[in-house]
Every structure is written in structure tokens, then in C-alpha cells.
Design a protein around this ligand. Structure first.
Ligand code: CP
Length: 305
């Protein structure tokens, strides 16, 4: 039996190293052959209490290519949450109509709570500034595909490392693969202490920087992020850091030949559009990889692969 069958995916740590690798291996197969009727008769619910383009639509695409039906909502204002319905009641109701629930919610811990009350598996599509484990798996897939390995990469995370949930999940996962972490952020947006502690407890190295050009020459992967305006309590604090980093094509001259620039997207202004035309830009292919990885996640948890 598939060991992931009927398991929720709330934190990237819910799947161990081998289980994460098994998802990447399955995604490789789906990339070669994405249209299969493996989920015919299944219903996937996508409940998005926060905006999304890539996560919601790539889950929709992944499920549709496998023959599943997709139900759900893309904003809570179109659900009975707007009438005061609790998250628990929403989850219990939707679990009557579906085999698996993919949920994004602005509150940290909401996905864990949903998994504790739900009779069907919950897949966390982002809970506040906490975690985004399915993005993490597609990021791992993208790193392995472009670098030929996951082990011992030099990765530079740039931008909002405090609120960036994709950063949190990916740092945690790369602790399994002996990465060296280069953390570029304004002082106010540094990686949370709990995650820095995790790096140290794995006897791995991290270095903190304030300038992007300090890491350009040695990174295998530069993982750019958007400053998460919606997480700031004080708009003045956002204004101070919103333009902290802008990566431009003329900065790529002395970078490694194998460098790939990744970004979970959406971007605001942190990657100049002239980078898109360079062979180092990988963010749109990265988003495409999300379809295959989410096909692997759905089929594993639903136990059909
Ligand atoms: N990467 C990501 O989570 O994008 P969306 O917010 O568009 O889903």
C-alpha cells in the first residue's frame, strides 16, 4: 500500500525525506505522461480563503488531467463563511462532497486544525506566513531537474524571509540534503529564529546578508521572493522594505553557469522583466512543474498510485 494514502500534508515535515523523493519520482513520470484517467470518479475540493493563481489552477489542472472533478471556491466571500460559518463546519460539510480538500487560509495553523477535524485528507495550499508544502515539493523538483541533484546546493533566498511561507518550507526540506543557505534580507525580514535553529541543529551553515550582489557569484539557485504586503500590520514598515531588492539581467554576468533563478510567484518588481529572456530564468517552468508534482500528491494521498 502507498504509505501516503489518506495522509494530510500540512507541513513539509509531514512527509519524510524518502516520501518527498517518491513524490518527485512520480512527478517525473507525470511530466512524461500527464493525461491519465487515474482519478476518474474522484472529487477534489479546493477551498481558497486567500487569493491564488498558480496553486489553485495547477491543482485544478492536475486533477482535471487525471479525470477527477474539482469543486470549491476561490474567495471566502462566495461561501457561507461570509455568513459566519466556522472553519470546522465548512470542512465537515465539504468533506461530505469530496475525497480530498486542498485549502489555503490566511491564518497560521488553520490547515493543521482542519486536518484534525476532517474525515478526508487536507492538503495545505498555504496557511498565512507558516508553510506551503506543495510549493516546496515543486521547488525541490525544479532544483533536482535543473541542478541534476538535491544534495549540497548553494541556495540564496532573497527578500521577505520572515513572512515567506515558501521559503520556510523549502529551508526545512533542504536541511535533509546538506544545503548551504545564504539568506539575503533587510534586518526586519530575516528568517525566523526557529528555522535558523533547525539549520544549526542539522549542523548546516547559513549566512545572512543585506545586499543581493554579495551572493551572485557562488549561488547554484537564487530563490527570489516578493515582500508580502498583506502580512504587514503597519503599512509604513512595508513602504520601507518593498523595493529592497531588484534582480536585473546586467547583474548576471559573473554568476555560475548552472545558476537558475527561481521564484514562487507572483512577482511584483523584484525580478526585472529583462531577466525573463535569459537562460537563467526558471520561474515559469517552475510553475509548470507544479502540475506534475500536484498530480503526484493527489494520486499518492488518494492511494491510486
Ligand atoms: N506560488 C504560489 O503560491 O502562487 P499563488 O499565490 O498564485 O498560488
Amino acid at each position: 500500500m502507498n504509505p501516503l494514502k489518506n495522509r494530510s500534508l500540512v507541513s513539509i515535515s509531514d512527509f519524510n525525506r524518502e516520501e518527498q523523493i517518491s513524490i518527485l519520482d512520480m512527478a517525473e513520470d507525470f511530466e512524461k505522461n500527464p493525461n491519465q484517467d487515474l482519478l476518474k470518479g474522484y472529487i477534489v475540493a479546493t477551498l481558497f480563503f486567500e487569493p491564488s493563481t498558480r496553486t489553485r489552477l495547477s491543482f485544478d489542472s492536475a486533477a482535471s488531467r487525471l479525470g477527477a472533478r474539482v469543486i470549491g471556491f476561490s474567495e471566502s466571500s462566495s461561501s457561507s463563511v461570509s455568513k459566519g460559518e466556522t472553519l470546522k463546519d465548512t470542512i465537515l460539510t465539504v468533506s461530505n462532497y469530496s475525497d480530498i480538500i486542498v485549502m489555503r487560509h490566511p491564518k497560521e495553523g488553520s490547515a493543521r486544525y482542519a486536518s484534525e477535524v476532517s474525515p478526508v485528507p487536507i492538503v495545505n495550499a498555504g496557511d498565512g506566513a507558516n508553510q506551503h508544502p506543495t510549493q516546496c515539493l515543486l521547488d525541490l523538483y525544479s532544483i533536482r531537474k535543473t541542478q541534476g541533484r538535491l544534495e549540497e546546493i548553494n541556495i540564496a533566498f532573497v527578500g521577505d524571509l520572515k513572512y515567506g511561507r515558501t521559503v520556510h518550507s523549502l529551508v526545512i526540506a533542504l536541511c535533509n540534503h546538506r544545503a548551504t543557505f545564504h539568506l539575503v534580507s533587510p534586518p526586519a525580514l530575516q528568517l525566523p529564529e526557529s528555522i535558523k535553529w533547525l539549520i544549526q541543529s542539522n549542523h548546516l551553515t547559513y549566512k545572512e546578508y543585506e545586499e543581493l550582489d554579495q551572493v551572485l557569484s557562488f549561488a547554484d539557485v537564487i530563490y527570489m521572493t516578493r515582500v508580502q504586503q498583506e502580512r504587514f500590520a503597519d503599512p509604513i514598515e512595508y513602504e520601507k522594505v518593498k523595493n529592497a531588492y531588484v534582480l536585473k539581467s546586467d547583474m548576471l554576468g559573473s554568476t555560475r553557469a548552472n545558476l537558475k533563478i527561481m521564484h514562487p510567484l507572483p512577482r511584483v518588481n523584484e525580478i526585472s522583466q529583462d531577466v525573463d529572456e535569459t537562460e537563467k530564468a526558471y520561474y515559469f517552468q517552475q510553475a509548470l512543474n507544479g502540475v506534475y508534482v500536484r498530480q503526484a500528491i493527489l494520486t499518492s494521498i488518494l492511494g491510486v498510485k
